[in-house]
Design a protein around this ligand. Structure first.
Ligand code: NAD
Length: 259
């Protein structure tokens, strides 16, 4: 992937960072995005450059703001000549029954987990078309394929991004651009740690027990998916072997959605 540039949204942590590392390890220049302590993010950025000998930039765009997505896309194009690999990964969760689901949280989840991908794709596609090659990978979820209670906004956004993936794949089917979704099951990241802590508090059990309960409830494997495994799947989707993989929603979920 030398000479390719990958923009991975929400890559200061968790799955996005795992994907950024895997792409950098294959020689891609990487643009990190996401929130966090500026000094820590810069240390992360410089560390990836040193470890993999690639260029690593950082864009702090808030992806809930379409104009910041446009500015970020222009900035990446100015520095690297375009976005070759776009990974839409940034996401948030809110857990609540629908009757009490805060409207503001619904809007935020849809804005980040779904609409942001529409904006990054519309900004990146013209350059990909001009160069005749591109990879768009949308990080959906097992919740893009099946539902769980109390996650209405998240499930709606993740089902939505699977639909968006299929549409973009069809619109680009006669080109060297592919668009696919990855649908992870439980991955132990800060996003999930919050749900484990809430479960422990609610059920009066230890964090360790809550972790075991959470993963076993959905995943027959009873094991978390790792960020490294998702990174390797993203690498495959960027490879020539995946040239005709178009519009799929690829589960990597310990058997969750096979049930
Ligand atoms: P995480 O909380 O570890 O990371 C989320 C990233 O998004 C961080 O870098 C954060 O700074 C960034 N972010 C948050 N709000 C942002 C905003 N407004 N603008 C820009 N960046 C923002 O989460 P994660 O678990 O790594 O999740 C990453 C993606 O994977 C999400 O789309 C999530 O829905 C999906 N996913 C996670 C799991 C899981 O079990 N962890 C399972 C399936 C799907």
């Amino acid at each position: 992937m030398k000479s390719k540039t990958a923009l991975v949204t929400g890559s200061t942590s968790g799955i996005g960072l795992g994907i950024a590392r895997a792409l950098a390890a294959r020689g891609a220049n990487v643009v990190l995005n996401g929130f966090g302590d500026p000094a820590q993010i810069d240390a992360l950025r410089a560390g990836l450059e040193r470890e993999f000998g690639v260029q690593v930039a950082y864009e702090g765009a808030d992806l809930m703001q379409p104009e910041q997505i446009e500015a970020m896309s222009a900035s990446v194009s100015a520095r690297f000549g375009g976005i070759d690999i776009l990974v839409n990964n940034a996401g948030i969760q809110h857990v609540s029954p629908i009757e009490t689901f805060p409207v503001e949280r619904w809007n935020a989840v849809i804005a980040l987990n779904l609409s942001a991908a529409f904006h990054t794709i519309r900004c990146a596609l013209p350059g990909m078309r001009a160069r005749g090659w591109g990879r768009i990978i949308n990080i959906a979820s097992a919740h893009g394929l099946v539902a769980s209670a109390d996650k209405s906004a998240y499930v709606a956004a993740k089902h939505g991004i699977v639909g968006l993936t299929k549409t973009v794949a069809i619109e680009t089917a006669r080109t060297g651009i592919t668009c696919n979704a990855i649908c992870p099951g439980w991955v132990l990241t800060p996003l999930v740690q919050k749900q484990i802590d809430a479960r422990a508090a609610q059920n009066g059990i230890s964090a360790q027990q809550a972790k075991v309960d959470l993963v076993s409830e959905k995943q027959p494997s009873a094991e978390f998916v790792t960020t490294e495994q998702i990174g390797e799947l993203a690498v495959f989707l960027c490879s020539p072997g995946a040239d005709q993989v178009r519009g799929v929603a690829w589960a990597i979920d310990g058997g969750w959605t096979a049930q």
